[in-house]
Design a protein around this ligand. Sequence first.
Ligand code: SF4
Length: 249
Amino acid sequence: MLNTLKILYHQGKQFIPDLTTARVPGIFRGRPEISLELADSSALAECCPTNAIMTDPVRIDLGRCTFCGECSRLFPGKISFTTDYKLSANERNSLIISEGSVAPVTIDPNHIRKEIRNSFRGSLKLRQVSAAGDNSCELELNACGNVNFDMGRYGIEFVASPRHADGIVITGPVSKNMSRPLQMTYDATPSPKIIILAGTDAISGGIFEGSPALDRRFIEENHIDLYVPGNPVHPLTFINGIVDLLGIR
Ligand code: SF4
C-alpha cells in the first residue's frame, strides 16, 4: 500500500485537467511570429525546404511549414516560434501568418457548415485514413485518446469503420495508390459528414508537394472543414481545433 501511494505521488496527475489552457514545454514550435525587423527576404524564402515562406510582406504558410525551425535559427530576430498550439483553422487562408501579426489562429464561425454544430456537438466519431502517411501524425492522433489527452471527454472518438463515422481525418500527402481507398472511405461514411486534414502533408503535400506519385484531386475537389497544421500534429492542436469547430468549449 505504501509503495502504491509512493508511485501515485511520484507520477502525479495522469491526465490534463483542462485541454484548452494546458501549457507545453518551451521547445515546442507552435504559432510563429514574424517581426517587422528588416531581413534579406530572398535568403529567408530560400532557407525554407517547403516554400512555406512568402515575401513582400513576409508570411509563413502553416499549411506548408514543417516546423523544422531553420528560418528562426538563421534569422532569429525576424522569426520566432511561440508555444501556442492552437493552430487549427477552417479557412485555408487563415493558416497564413503575416509579418507583424501576433493574432492567434482561429476558427471563423461564419464558415462553419450549419449541420456540423447541429449534428456533432454531443458526439463526433471519426475514421482516420492514412493516405501515404509516415505514421507520425497517426501516432499523435492515437495519443489524443490516451489517458493524458482523453478527447473522449468531449464525445470525440476514432472508430474502426467509416460506416460508424461522422467524418474522416486524412493524414499523409495522398499518394496515387491511396486516392481510391480514400474516396471509397469517404463514400462509405454516411451524410452529413466532415473532412479534417491533419498535418502538413495532408494540407499541402508537405515535402512531397508536386510529386508525380501523388493524386490530390480528392483534397482539391471536396470542402475541407478543418485544417490542423503540424508536422506531426500535436494532440492539443487537433483536439482544440475540433472543440472550436463544434463550439463545445
Ligand atoms: S520552420 Fe517552417 S517556415 Fe521555417 S524554414 Fe522550416 S518549414 Fe520553412
